[in-house]
Each structure stands twice: as C-alpha cells, then as structure tokens.
Design a protein around this ligand. Structure first.
Ligand code: ADP
Ligand code: MG
Ligand code: ZN
Length: 481
C-alpha cells in the first residue's frame, strides 16, 4: 500500500526578555551554574510567581503575526511531572485556554504558497538542565543547573498539515524568520533558545483519518529535524508493510547513528493532572493594548518580499534573499534610496547577493556592521550607471572598498581608475588594436562576428580596463566597416 506522511510540529522558543517569566532573575546565557536563581525559580515552598509583562507582549505579537485569535482571557495551568530538573515538580504552562489560537503560516519557499494552520501558542516556563558525568559506577552522578528554570518559552503548535520532511524544514525556517523579524526570540538552536518536537504518522493515500503518531525529540538543527522525520517515515512504512501497527510513543533522534530510538510510551494529557494555577489570576488583556501591539507590527518577510518584487522589479529569488533578514532588507532599501535611476535597485541587489554576501559569509561578519555601508555601495552603483567606471573596474574598486573601508570616489581618484570615454583617446587604441591583430580583422571581415572579441580584449588590456566598453565597440565597428 502507498502511504502519505502527516507531520505536526511543536516548537518551543525562548522569549527574548531581560528577566524570567515569574521572577526577576536574569535570563543571560552562559552564567555560572545556579547563579541566576532565586527562591521563586528554585521552587521554594510558599513563594509566589509574578508574571512578566514583556513575555506577554512578545506572545501577543507572535500570535498576531501568525494571524491567531488572541484570547483576552487565558489561564495558567500546572503541568505536573517528576524530574530532577523541575524543582517544583510542576511546570507553569497553559492548557485549556492559551493566549493565542487558530493561526496560519504561509511557507516561504520559492515554489509553493502552502499554508499551515497554527493550532495554538501558549506561554510556559522552562525547566533546568542536568549535566551527567560519566565515570566509574560509584562515581557516576548528575549535576543540576537551575539557571534555565523559569525562563519564558512560547510553545507554537501546528496542526498536522505538513506532508514531507522538506516542508517541515521550510516551516521551521519560515517561522524562525518571522520570529527574528518580530525580535521576540534569538531562535538559536545551539543555545537552546529554539527546540522542536516532530510528530509523524502515516496513512493510506486519500484517507482522512489520522494514523498513530510518534513524537520525536532531541534534534539539534532544522536539518536534523528533516533527517529525523525522513528516517521515521521510512521506519513506519516498514512497520506497516510488514503487517504491524505503529506504536504511539516518544522516540529520541540519535544524530550520530542517524536513527530514532524508543524513549518512552507517549504520555497523555491526563498523565499530567493539569489544573488551573492557583497562584496566578486569569490573564486578562485589554483590547486596546492588543490593538496597540498590532499597530506596531513590523512588515513581515512575506509582505516585504512581494513589495520588493513590485516596487523594485526584483526577481523572486533576489527578493527572497534580500527579505530573509530584516538587516539585509534594510541595507538594500537604504542603498536604493540614494539613487534615482529605476535600474539602480536591480544592480544594487546583484552586488549584495553576489559580491557582498559571499564576503560577509566567509568572514562571518553581519551586514549591519557596515564594512561596506549602503551609502558606499550606492555611490559605486551610481558611478557604474553614469559611466564613470565600467563593471569590470567596479569589481576592483569593490575589493578595495571591502579591504580598506574607503568610498569608491576616493579609490578611483587614488588609483586613476576613471573610465575613458573620450572618443579621440579610444580611437587611438582602436587603430592600434586593428593594426596589431590582422588575423582577427581578417576573420571579422569574413563574417566571423565573434572575432571582434579579440580586438576589444586587446584594447581593454592596453587601456588597463579603463576604456568605455560601449564606445570601444561602437568605434571599432565603425572603423572595421
Ligand atoms: P502533545 O502535547 O501530547 O504532543 P497535541 O495533541 O497537542 O499533544 O499534539 C501535538 C502535535 O502533534 C501537534 O503539532 C499536532 O499537529 C501533531 N499531531 C497530532 N496528531 C498527529 C498525527 N496523527 N500525525 C502527525 N501529527 C499529529
Ligand atoms: Mg508533544
Ligand atoms: Zn528567580
């Protein structure tokens, strides 16, 4: 039988706040173990949580950006389980009434406009971290670091609308992109500020009922999610083809062995004995406050991309690259704003995507650091457009801009790189080229148009690249005729 895969993702992102969700401990990364803690996040008896308004603001922003309904009243709940990294033996989360529900995310891939429904987004606190030492049997022990307990997380739960590992990857990169635009999270999987569990099931093609699902944990990159889901689809296909049933369970992804392994049977909601958190009032939001946040939402990547295509006539691809990070989009628009020519944005876009991004990537330098400022790039493109320098010379100038942090006009002055557009001067070069390359001249006259390339090449060489190529072609053709 042929099966189709059904995938739903649960994404936990750390909300970018200065302090924790229910106390004023700092959220800074990399502090010495157990230094960012207080009686509240360490779970001492009798202390009371106080909600961080900034975290609520961030989740409302996210909910609105993902076109969710914002619940003006939501409830915090205790999710209870025992684990040494959870000092209270419960996590404060949201269960029946989350902050945001029923949203939508359009996958930002170059060839589809697929939409994925967002089921819910809720706020919860993170647990701590265990460090396991591995030594001889008697010396084996684990250390508990509670710096992370109480750090605010948003859990973003999708409906099972994804149908392939590639779509799961695209969902995650689109989501990350949006969260970065909103500045609500760093989305850094390596620092643990974004984690993703993938739910995977199979069903016969065309069937509407969902099959038994497996939840996979422990992936440490988007690529890892894609690999784990791919593996799991293959494993479940084999299970079903051999006449067995898929067991509903939680499995761990092993990125070294490239396989998933059983961790535990899948827990059900009732295992957690959820109940409303008695130490917190229902969270009530004022409609005005929510609307004020809506009014301040930045332009999101999808919209920006469409605008770049319409306003600047960029290709789909260039628009996608330039809108992929807010800093890059800003850089592009800033540079374009200096030039009036309708041709400028396209040329600026080419310089960014080919020359600039390559160098930024290899030197691991963020674009906003401004090694080449938008003003400087605009000046360069302006000089190309008005014929002061050729595209070839521009590459030399660009290299100098990159390594010496100078403006193009200064470089051209210093290096004497101004393009020669004086017809008399070019004529001298043209005549020399004709007399020195009789063979090419002969071929050209015999109808081999390409032979002109050798004549142009010669001129570029003797003029050190400074001859205006359009004029060279024009004068050359006239003389040859
Ligand atoms: P839990 O917290 O127990 O994992 P949920 O019911 O909230 O519970 O489901 C979590 C995720 O699992 C959601 O992203 C949902 O889309 C996905 N999901 C639910 N059923 C299936 C299924 N049969 N196949 C694939 N994904 C599923
Ligand atoms: Mg789950
Ligand atoms: Zn604390």
């Amino acid at each position: 039988m042929n099966y189709e895969s059904v995938i739903g993702l649960e994404v936990h992102v750390q909300v970018k706040t200065v302090s924790k969700l229910f106390c004023s401990c700092p959220t800074s990364f990399g502090a010495p173990p157990n230094s960012n803690i207080c009686p509240i996040c360490a779970g001492y008896p009798g202390v009371l949580p106080v909600l961080n308004k900034k975290a609520v603001e961030a989740i409302v922003k996210t909910g609105l950006a993902l076109t969710c309904r914002i619940n003006l009243e939501s409830i915090f709940a205790r999710k209870q389980y025992f684990y040494p990294d959870l000092p209270k033996n419960y996590q404060i989360s949201q269960y029946e009434k989350p902050v945001a529900e029923d949203g939508m995310l359009s996958l930002l891939s170059s060839n589809s406009s697929q939409k994925v429904r967002i089921r819910r987004i809720h706020l919860e606190e993170d647990a701590g971290k265990l460090l396991h030492t591995i030594g001889s049997l008697e010396l084996e022990y684990s250390l508990v670091d509670l710096n992370r307990t109480g750090i605010p997380l948003m859990e973003i739960v999708s409906e099972p609308d994804l149908t392939s590992p590639k779509e799961a990857y695209e969902y995650l990169s689109t989501l990350k992109n949006i969260l970065e635009y909103l500045e609500v999270s760093d989305c850094d999987m390596e620092k643990g500020s974004l984690r993703c569990d993938a739910n995977v099931s199979l069903r016969p093609i065309g069937s509407q009922t969902l099959g038994n699902r497996v939840e996979i944990k422990n992936m440490n990159s988007f690529h890892g999610v894609q690999e784990a889901v791919t593996y799991e689809i293959k494993r479940q296909t084999e299970v079903l083809n051999s006449g067995n049933r898929v067991v509903q369970e939680t499995r761990l992804w092993d990125s070294d062995q490239k396989e998933t392994r059983v961790m535990r049977s899948k827990e059900e909601a009732h295992d957690y004995r959820y109940f409303p958190e008695p130490d917190l009032l229902p969270l009530k939001l004022e409609e005005n406050w929510v609307e004020a946040i809506r009014a301040q939402l930045p332009e999101l990547p999808e919209k920006k991309r469409k605008r770049f295509i319409e306003d600047y006539q960029l290709s789909e691809y260039d628009a996608a690259v330039l809108s992929s990070a807010p800093e890059m989009a800003h850089y592009f628009e800033k540079a374009s704003s200096y030039l009036k020519s309708p041709l400028a944005p396209k040329i600026i876009s080419n310089w960014i995507t080919t020359e600039l991004l390559g160098r930024l990537n290899t030197s691991n330098c963020p674009i906003e650091k401004g090694v080449i400022s938008p003003e400087a790039l605009a000046e360069l493109v302006g000089l190309i457009l008005n014929g002061t320098i050729s595209g070839k010379i521009a590459k030399i100038v660009f290299e100098e801009m990159w390594s010496h942090n100078k403006f193009p006009k200064q470089i051209i002055q210093e290096k004497g790189l101004v393009q020669v557009s004086n017809e008399k001067e070019i004529e001298v070069w043209v005549l020399e080229s004709i007399s020195k390359n009789p063979k090419a001249v002969e071929e050209y006259k015999n109808g081999k148009e390409k032979a002109i390339g050798a004549l142009v090449g010669y001129i570029m060489k003797i003029s050190k690249g400074k001859a205006n190529p359009d004029l060279v072609n024009q004068i050359l053709k006239k003389k040859l005729a």
